[in-house]
Design a protein around this ligand. Structure first.
Ligand SMILES: [Zn+2]
Length: 252
């Protein structure tokens, strides 16, 4: 407890208190207007999709990717698949964490047998920012989820990346992805050894922080390997052209 208090005090000193929640407020939309938008869009979806479209997966799903990503509205599967329907088994929570979702991830791996478990962080993740700051005023539920996230970020809280918070923030995003991948590698080791599963850690970059294009999927970890030079030769990336590898891997 004392250690935690000290950590929070220290992070407040270093990074200042984060007014995290206020940054997420949007212009006021009433519940009635919000629901109307959903029902209207669904109506046009029904009109534009016939029975034929649904037939292939009426009785079973066939995903190739189990995806663990943040709940953030800016991160959506259309960035990964032309049509993600029946392709992605999606698990979402704040900060793309395994600890809060083990049963769902197990289901994707053990029951749906997806060959990829993709842990997808993203630039400007509010949960990572919150976990880098003092979040003691949040609700019990939020605190509980952020506590798991706080753990892999502790070294950054104690020693931020200079005065550049953007860099500390991105380091935090990467550190969290790498932590979640390591957890997954430990949980699903036998499947990885058999070549049935690869755990891929990536950052969805919609602010072009890596300079590889807005909306780029940047791969930073495969089965626990984070060295871009070694990732180039990873069997998991063997179907990618040299050009594609250049686009998805970080050059440091
Ligand atoms: Zn987030």
């Amino acid at each position: 407890m004392l250690k935690k208090l000290l950590t929070v005090a220290l992070s407040t000193l270093i990074l200042g208190t984060g007014a995290v929640a206020s940054e997420h407020s949007t212009e006021k939309v009433s519940p009635a207007d919000a629901l109307k938008e959903v029902v209207e869009w669904n109506n046009s979806f029904v009109k534009s999709h016939s029975e034929e479209y649904f037939k292939p997966y009426m009785n079973a799903q066939h995903p190739t990717v189990t995806l663990v990503t943040c709940s953030d509205a800016r991160v959506q599967t259309m960035a990964l698949f032309k049509d993600p329907v029946d392709k992605v088994f999606v698990i979402r929570n704040i900060g793309n964490q395994l600890a809060n979702a083990r049963g769902s991830v197990d289901y994707g791996i053990y029951h749906l047998h997806t060959p990829i478990l993709l842990i997808l962080g993203y630039t400007h993740c509010g949960a990572v920012k919150a976990a880098l700051h003092n979040y003691s005023n949040e609700t019990e539920g939020i605190k509980e989820e952020l506590d798991h996230l706080h753990l892999p970020l502790l070294p950054l809280v104690r020693c931020p990346s200079g005065n550049n918070f953007e860099k500390t923030w991105l380091d935090g995003v990467e550190r969290n992805v790498n932590y979640q991948v390591q957890e997954a590698v430990n949980f699903y080791k036998p499947f990885i050894k058999e070549g049935r599963l690869a755990v891929v850690g990536a950052v969805y970059d919609f602010i072009n922080a890596y300079g590889k294009g807005y909306g780029r999927l940047v791969i930073i970890n495969v089965n626990g390997e984070t060295d871009p030079k070694k990732l180039e030769n990873s069997p998991v990336l063997k179907e990618l052209s040299e050009q594609m590898k250049k686009e998805v891997l970080v050059t440091r």
